[in-house]
Design a protein around this ligand. Structure first.
Ligand SMILES: Nc1ncnc2c1ncn2[C@@H]1O[C@H](COP(=O)(O)OP(=O)(O)OP(=O)(O)O)[C@@H](O)[C@H]1O
Ligand SMILES: [Mg+2]
Length: 347
């Protein structure tokens, strides 16, 4: 296993973060009204850093990833507001040409379902060379050579033969490696990996996640690792953002977050996943209740109806994501009545 987390490679002179997200909101139009899929998210990511983005199904992780990429923009189907800066470029102020250029070199995405990223009637080689030639301006021969090199980079044996195969001729793990190779084609500074391993069995999951860690070390890119499973980001993310109902409810260094969650939702999530080191037969608690309706979310804290610590004010006053009071530089949470920190000295 690659040794994540390590100190992110900060740009010299402490310059601006690679990714800046400011009060991002993505509303999707539905027959029932606008669904607030992302509802005021702000975060930053440094060059070379790994941010884990976790939360239950439907919490808005994929919509956030796609909006950050600039794949989701204001149009007939949705409204986007707020700001996304990648390496200083305002993603939503760029025109189509500018965005395509950004997708070439600035940011790559591994989509949740590898089959949607692959066209069943196109060979593996065509997927790779198209993306290389579109962004990289390579000749046909140079693109083919680079495609082979990319397959080798993501650990696909016999790359020359694989280039001539169709997606359905590959195993799930191999397909996901191809999708990663496509996202890496032009060596992005930021890779958004959306559930890169969900469809795969546990052994292949680990191989793919280890591969991402290795590529990150080699290429020096930042990664946003999206997963509904905290275990996937454990040991791989430098920091973790926990999303609930379109908002980030806790953001902290991974060690701190796993050791002593402050938001009751983080605590509940941690209690609901099997963890290494947990006694083998200890009970996993499912989180009771269901997430809110994002077309008409309730006032106050959105987790309050499911929260065992909730008091009257929680149902009325929405908590804001604020840094921990006592010099907690590395952590912020949005909660009126947070989980009490574990007393130092306990194990
Ligand atoms: N194209 C769409 N049209 C309507 N609603 C959508 C669309 N895409 C996403 N949503 C809704 O937006 C919310 C957030 O969806 P999103 O896919 O971002 O969740 P997620 O956190 O990625 O979940 P999962 O863990 O299942 O991938 C959900 O309520 C989802 O139903
Ligand atoms: Mg998703």
């Amino acid at each position: 296993m690659s040794q994540r987390p390590h100190a992110p490679a900060r740009p010299p002179g402490g310059s601006a973060p690679l990714l800046v997200v400011e009060d991002l909101r993505t509303e999707i139009r539905t027959p029932r009204g606008n669904l607030k899929a992302v509802d005021g998210v702000s975060l930053t990511l440094d060059a070379g850093e790994t941010l884990g983005l976790v939360g239950e199904s439907g919490s808005g992780k994929s919509v956030l990833g796609r909006t950050v990429m600039g794949l989701y923009t204001t149009g007939p189907a949705m409204t986007v507001s707020g700001r996304v800066l990648i390496d200083g470029a305002d993603v939503h102020a760029l025109g189509d040409a500018g965005r395509r250029e950004l997708w070439g070199a600035g940011v790559g995405m591994v989509f949740q379902d590898p089959m949607t990223a692959l066209n069943p009637v196109k060979k593996v080689g065509v997927h790779l060379t198209e993306s290389l030639r579109r962004h990289g301006g390579l000749s046909r021969a140079a693109a083919r050579a680079r495609a082979e090199e990319l397959l080798r980079l993501v650990g696909i044996p016999e790359p020359a033969r694989r280039l001539g195969q169709y997606p359905h001729e590959l195993s799930g793990g191999m397909r996901q490696r191809v999708v990663i190779a496509m996202a890496l084609a032009n060596e992005p500074k930021l890779l958004i990996a959306d559930e890169p391993t969900t469809a795969l069995d546990v052994t292949v999951q680990k191989q793919i996640l280890d591969l991402l860690g290795r590529l990150q070390d080699e290429l020096g890119m930042a990664i946003t690792l999206i997963s509904h499973n905290l275990q996937v980001v454990a040991g791989r993310a430098d920091r973790v953002a926990v999303m609930y109902a379109g908002r980030i409810v806790e953001l902290a260094g991974a060690d701190v977050l796993f050791a002593a969650p402050r938001h009751p939702y983080t605590e509940a999530l941690l209690a609901s996943v099997p963890r290494l080191g947990r006694p083998p037969h200890s009970r996993l608690e499912a989180i009771d209740g269901a997430p809110p309706d994002m077309v008409a979310p309730t006032e106050g804290c959105r987790f309050a109806p499911r929260c065992r610590y909730a008091r009257e004010d929680c149902h009325r006053v929405p908590p804001v994501l604020a840094p921990e009071a006592a010099g907690g530089r590395a952590r912020a949470f949005a909660c009126h009545h947070p989980v009490r920190p574990v007393v130092a000295g306990g194990s």
